[in-house]
Design a protein around this ligand. Structure first.
Ligand SMILES: [Zn+2]
Length: 330
């Protein structure tokens, strides 16, 4: 009951504002399906999405004055085909993935709503992309989910079925003439192997991945730039490497996707690195400053977070979006 009341209030205030501010606020996309369409028995921490959104409201009482939170809708098959093989996409859409393929993805037990969830989660990133590209006054938008970087052209892996970053990058190139060079900056603790594979022969999309070397995926792909970190790296070293990397970048992107996984946190059970919450906040600020310096619109996706306790991940994910909001005021 509480959720539906909140939903109505949200809708009303968003609609009210749209007439007066013509869509220049950044937008965050979200759907209750991100959580609810996964089985309660899944090992994956499905509550993350609901809890992050809830925390954003709790920590920022005037949140809706600063960002619009809108429902993600379903991506189309045609969009998915921009980054994936038709055979794979169609078998997924028709519920025909085999046992081995589903095991590689995880997220089990599989539910009937998995197809719809995947399309909606993917489109959250696509909708955020359209919003920043259609509103030059808006420097960033994001998805309270997404960053499904382990999905390859023709198979899914590591909780990822299709690759929202890759699909949204190609949607941007297809739909906007002035968007040609796209940077995907992947700071999740796991390598963006699917993204690297999809763009391995496409110089228009630059892939950068900072990740823990001795972590999943154990067979790494080759990104345009891989920074493979030993176990236990702390804030200072990580931030120095990131700053050096961004300072040296010469790519000049027209659009940046940021996979902002919270799993480099020391408390993450799938992590291997030892960053603090403050370290992650500083990491995010480096990325926001870099995007501003490039004058490139930024699309933020949430990425992984498997903290123990889970609240440590929720705090860090919420920090990400709140910091982006604060950055708009400075
Ligand atoms: Zn991860």
């Amino acid at each position: 009951m509480q959720r539906s009341l909140e939903g109505n209030a949200l809708k009303a205030s968003v609609e009210g504002r749209e007439t007066s501010m013509s869509g220049t606020l950044p937008r965050l996309f979200w759907s209750s399906l991100y959580t609810d369409a996964l089985s309660e028995d899944a090992r994956f921490p499905r509550e993350r999405y609901r809890l992050v959104r809830q925390q954003l409201f709790e920590r920022q009482l005037d949140l809706l004055e600063q960002v619009e939170i809108l429902s993600a809708e379903e991506a189309t098959r045609a969009d998915c085909l921009l980054a994936h093989d038709a055979g794979y996409v169609d078998r997924f859409l028709q519920g025909e993935l085999n046992e081995k393929e589903m095991r590689r993805i995880g997220l089990r037990p599989w539910t009937e709503r998995m197809v719809k969830r995947t399309l909606v989660l993917t489109n959250g990133t696509i909708q955020a992309t359209h919003h920043v590209l259609q509103n030059p006054a808006c420097r960033w938008s994001g998805n309270i989910g997404g960053g499904t970087h382990h999905a390859y052209t023709d198979f899914g892996s590591g909780y990822c079925i299709v690759n929202d970053l890759a699909i949204a990058a190609r949607v941007a190139q297809r739909d906007y003439e002035d968007i040609q060079r796209v940077l995907i900056l992947d700071l999740d603790v796991h390598q963006g192997d699917g993204t690297a594979q999809i763009f391995e022969e496409d110089p228009s999309v630059r892939t950068i991945s900072f990740h823990a070397e001795r972590n999943f995926p154990f067979r790494k792909m080759t990104s345009d730039l891989d920074i493979a970190l030993p176990d236990g790296v702390e804030d200072r070293e990580y931030l120095q490497l990131l700053e050096d990397c961004l300072t040296r970048e010469v790519f000049q992107p027209d659009l940046i996707f940021y996979q902002a996984g919270a799993d480099p946190l020391a408390t993450d059970r799938l992590g291997h690195l030892a960053l603090t919450r403050e370290g992650l906040r500083m990491r995010n600020r480096l990325v926001f400053d870099y995007a501003a310096q490039c004058q490139a619109p930024l699309v933020i996706t949430m990425g992984g977070g498997y903290g123990e306790p889970l609240e440590t991940s929720i705090d860090a994910h919420a920090d990400l979006f709140l910091e982006a909001i604060r950055g708009d005021k400075s």
